[in-house]
Design a protein. Sequence first.
Length: 525
Amino acid sequence: MKENLQFQLTKFFISSFYKKPKQQIQQVVLIIAIIYVLFQLTVINFLVYYFMDSQLLIFYNLAFSILLVYILTCYLSTTQAFAFSEFKMLASLPLSYRKISTAKVVSSLFVPIFLTMILQLPTIGFLLIDFKFIEALKLIIFLPVLIGLIAMFLLFVLSCIHRFYAKFKSRVSYLLLNVVTMLLIPIIFIAYFVIESGLLNHTYKDGFINAAKYILIQLFETASLMPWIDSIVEFFVSNKVSLHLILVYVVLIITTLLLSYFTIENISVNYFKNALLENNKSQWKGSRVYISKNKWSNYLQREIWVIQSEAYFKMQVLLGVLLAPIISAILLTLLHFDALPDFLNVTKDETFDIYFSYLVLFFCCMNNVSGTPYSREGKYHYLLKCTPLDSNLVYFSKVIISSTMGIIALLLSFLLFAIFGFWEVEHLLLFMIISGLIICYNLLTPVYDMRNPLTEWENPSVAAKSNTNVLISLIYGLPILLIIAAIHFGLIWLNVQSLLATVIVLLMVVITIVLLLNRLKKVLI
C-alpha cells in the first residue's frame, strides 16, 4: 500500500509536468515541433556518423545527452523540485514530507531521462546499421545511469541552497542564486575542457566539417586522459565489457543513490517551513499604484503590477534583458582574442555590424514575455472583461513593456559593441532599425495570446514557459523580422551603398510600424 502511494504521488508530479494542450492548433504545433527536433537530430547524427566514426558518434551523443538532461533538470528544479505549488493540495493529507520530497525528486529525474532516451533512437539506429550491437546495448542500459547522475548532482547542489530558502530576503534573490549556480557549473566544466584540449591555440581554416571534426576529436582525446571521465568514455565506446567497467557502473549507481538520499533530506528537512513561508507571502508586497490623470501611466502600472505578481515573471524579465548582452559580450570577447574559427570570424567583413545587429535582434526577441502577456494575468484576466478597461490601451501597454525590455537589452549590447571599438555614426541608424523591429515583433506576438490566453494555472511557469502560445507567437512575429533582414542583406549583396541601404530599411521599418498600428487599432476595437 505504501509503495502504491509513493508511486501515485510520483505519477501526480510527472503528470503535472505535462498536460495535453486543449486546442487543436496547439496540439499540431507541438507535434510538428517534436517531429522537427527528431528529424534535426537524425540529420546531425548522420553527418557525424558519415564524416567521422562510431566512437565519435557515441561521444557526441554522450555530450549532447548530458547537456540536454542538464537543461531539463534546470527547468524542472525551478518549476517542480524546489517549488511549492503542491503544498496547498497535499498539506492536509496524511503524507510525510519525505514522501513528497522523494516523489518530486524522482519525477524531476524521470522526465529528463525519459525524454533524453527517446532522442537516442537515431544514434541507436546508426550503431545497429554499423553492427555495433554491444555499444548500442550499453547505450540503452547504462546511459540512463550516467545522465541520472548528472541530474542528481545538479539537484544536490541546488538542494543545499534550497535548504536555507527561508534565509533569503526574497524569492527573486533565491532564483538569481540558483540561475548563477546553474550557469557556473557548465561554464567551468566547458572552459576546463577547452583549455586542456588546446582548441584556442588552433587556427581553423579547413572549413566547417573539418573544424567540427577536429574539435570533436580533441574533446574526445582530452576526455580520454581525464581521471574517472576516461573510464566513463571507455565504458561507452569500447565493444567489450570488463570487470573494471562493471565496477565503474556500480560506482555510478552508488553515487547517484547517495546524492538522491542527501537531496531528499535537504528538501524535506525544512519542507513545511519553506512551503508555508512561500504560500503565506503576499503576492503584492511592495506594489504601489499611483493614480494619475494620464491614462498611459495607469495602464503601464497595471502591466508592471502583473509582472510583480510572481517572482518567476520578474526573473523572466531580468533574463530577457540580460540574454542579448551576455551573448554579445561572449561573442565580442571571442572575436577580440581571435578565438573563433576563420569561417565564423566575420569581423573582416564590411557588413559585420549588420550581422551583429540582427544577431542581437533575435536574442532580444527570444523570451517568454512577448508572446504571453495575457496568460500571465491568470485568474485576474477576468478583470479585463468585467471592468471598463480600454482594450487598445491594455494591448499597447503590454507592447510597450515588452518592447522596452528588448530595447534596453539592445542598448546594452550596442554599448558593448562600442566598448570593443566597433562604433561608427552609421550604427545609430542600425540601432533605430533594430529598435523598430523589436517594436514590430512585440506588436504582433501578443495577438494569439490575447484571443486564446492560458489563464488556468497554479504554477507561473505554465503561463510563461510551458505555454504553447510562446511557439505560436513566433509564427506571428518572426516573418516580419526575417523579411526585413532578407531585404537588408539583399541590398548589401546587390552592392547598394551601406548607408543608403540602412536608410531604405529604416524607412521600411517606420512604415511597417505605422501600418501595424493602424491595423491593430481596427482589429482591437
